[in-house]
Design a protein around this ligand. Sequence first.
Ligand code: FO1
Length: 318
Amino acid sequence: MRIVVLAGGIGGARFLRGLKQAAPDADVTVIGNTGDDIHLFGLKVCPDLDTVMYTLGGGIDEERGWGRTDETFQVKGELAAYGVGPEWFGLGDRDFATHIVRTQMLGAGYPLSAVTEALCARWNPGVRLLPMSDDRVETHVAIEVDGERQAVHFQEYWVRMRASVDAQAVVPVGAEQAKPAPGVLEAIAAADVILFPPSNPVVSIGTILAVPGIREAIAEAGVPVVGLSPIVGDAPVRGMADKVLAAIGVEATASAVALHYGSGLLDGWLVDTVDAAAVPGIESAGIRSRAVPLMMTDVAATAEMAREALALAEEVRA
Ligand code: FO1
C-alpha cells in the first residue's frame, strides 16, 4: 500500500512512528513542511524535515521532540560569547553538523530534495522524505506591537515570543512562486491513501497546501484523504495551534479544523473520544468521522490511531 503523509514537526513525526508500526509493509512518502525553515549563522535550518528525519531515524531528543539526543550546546555558547545571536533558538552541537552539511550541499548547487535524500541516507527513516518544495518558502507572522504592524519569522514568533501576542496573519512568504519538489505530485498521484497527521493545520499542513498544485493534486487524487485532529477537547494537544488558527478565523475545535480543510479535500476525519459529539456535525458536512483515542502517549497508542485512520480510509473507499 502506498501512503502519502503531509507532515509538520513534532506531531507529524510522532504520528509517523506509529504509522510505521501499524503498516510496516506500506510504502510511505512524507511531504514535509519547509515553511519553518530559518537561516541562522549562515546555515539553513529545516526544523520540520529534521524532526521527521531524527524521530524516525532514532536520533531525536525524545523529551524536547526536536533536535538531537545526547546534545551539547558548546558552539551556541561560543557564538553567544562573541555576541552573535540569536540566543533564543537552541541549535546543538550535533544538530549543527546537519545544517553544515545541508548548507554545503545547497551551496554546491544541490536542490533541497537531493540534500534531504543525502541526509536521510545516514538516518534511514524508513519513509521517503520529500520537502514540499525546493524553492524557498518561509512563514512569517504579522503581529501588532504598540499599534504598529510588523512581521516576524515564524520561529521568532513561536520560540522567542512563545506565541504570546496574537497573530494577525500567517504568511508563507514565497509560497505562490514555489513549485512542488520533484516526486511530490507523482507520489500524490500514485498514493492509495493520503493522511493529514495531527500537525498544525495552519503553519504545517496549511503551508504545504499553499504550494500551488499540491492541494489540487490531493483533491483530484481520487483516493481517500483522512486526517486526525490536532485539537482535542477544544485545545491543541501540543504547541500553540490555537494562536495561528485564530489568525485565520478558525475556532480551535476538532470540527472547525475539519470544516476548514473542507469536504473537497477531506474524506474522513478522526476526532478524539472527548469530541465524539462533533461527529454528526462533521458527517453532515460530507466528511466521514469517527471518535477514537487520539493522544499519542506512546508508539502503541499512535499505531492504533494510524490503524483507525487506515480503517476509515477503507470505509470511505467502499
Ligand atoms: N523549539 C523551541 O521551542 N525552542 C528551541 O530552541 C528550538 C530549537 C530548534 C532547533 C532545531 C530544530 O530543528 C527545531 C527547534 N525547535 C525549537 C523546534 C521548532 O521550532 C519546531 O519544531 C517547529 O519549527 C515547529 O513545529
